[in-house]
Design a protein around this ligand. Structure first.
Ligand SMILES: Nc1nc2c(c(=O)[nH]1)N[C@H]1C(S)=C(S)[C@@H](COP(=O)(O)O)O[C@H]1N2
Ligand SMILES: [Mo]
Length: 256
């Protein structure tokens, strides 16, 4: 039993990303405490892989072949946040962008795009299903959220990860979304900075967007600025766990 778990674990880790290779090629690593924390987390068994061993997390979303990738990935919802803060980020090509991980964590993190790109990466070709009735296959590359959460040290009281976005999608409410911790540490849940091998276009959520592949399109938050770990969704937006959940009554759990 133990042996088969280990065999499976090694196979999983092999698929999750070549952390060791990346690390050995990294001599100009930023020595910020955030980056060191994530690298230390990556050096051990990743939280995401550990969770995958548990049957409750079972299913992976289907992954596709390069030949299946759509030549242009469709754009929906915001195609460019209109705030001054976002315009400043675009002006410096996201050099001053920082992903903040905060809330119910032992060690809040602040990571630049370059920091994120030096961490072990996962690439996956998946189908995006929008509730409006269209689908599109794309290849996403990014950092597993589970790795970042392991580095941040999620506190026992945390139950949800909330993604705060840069765009005001109407009504003065910034777009936001949330998922439970089971989905947060799922191996295919990544914060993606590349689409089809290119930097993530502004229209698709630059510099960083969520891919949570077992759920519908509106859960795939674009323009992610902050990830907050919380114990409840009440008090955030109108309390339903996401922008579309609040304004249109969409289901919070949008499994496919
Ligand atoms: N920040 C933000 N994230 C968002 C949206 C949005 O308007 N703003 N639209 C959602 C919806 S409904 C879909 S279908 C996808 C569209 O992603 P795409 O533009 O890359 O196709 O993003 C989701 N995430
Ligand atoms: Mo959507």
């Amino acid at each position: 039993m133990i042996e088969s778990l280990f065999t499976r674990r090694n196979a999983l880790l092999a698929g999750v990303g070549a952390g060791g290779l990346l690390l050995s090629g990294c001599d100009q690593l930023n020595d910020s405490p955030s980056v060191q924390r994530v690298l230390n987390a990556a050096a051990g068994l990743t939280y995401a892989s550990q969770r995958l061993i548990l049957p409750a997390n079972g299913a992976l979303a289907p992954e596709f072949k390069p030949a299946d990738i759509a030549s242009v990935f469709r754009v929906n919802g915001s195609n460019q946040p209109g705030t001054d803060a976002y315009k400043r980020l675009m002006d410096d090509n996201f050099a001053s962008y920082r992903l903040i991980i905060e809330g119910l964590v032992a060690h809040p993190l602040s990571l630049s795009l370059a920091d994120l790109q030096r961490l072990p990466a996962r690439t996956q070709i998946t189908r995006h299903d929008c509730v409006e009735g269209w689908s599109c296959i794309g290849q996403w590359t990014g950092v597993q959220l589970g790795l970042l959460l392991k580095a941040a040290g999620v506190l026992p009281a945390a139950r949800f990860a909330v993604f705060r976005c840069a765009d005001d999608n109407g009504g003065g409410n910034l777009y936001y979304e949330s998922i439970d911790l089971t989905d947060a540490v799922h191996p295919q849940t990544i914060l993606a900075y590349a689409l089809n091998g290119q930097p993530l276009p502004v229209a698709n959520g630059a510099p960083l967007r969520l891919r949570v592949e077992r759920q519908l399109g509106y859960k795939q938050a674009k323009y992610v600025m902050r990830v907050q770990l919380v114990d409840k969704l009440a008090g955030i937006g109108q309390g339903q766990g996401g922008y579309w959940e609040d304004v249109a009554g969409y289901a919070w759990y949008a499994g496919i």
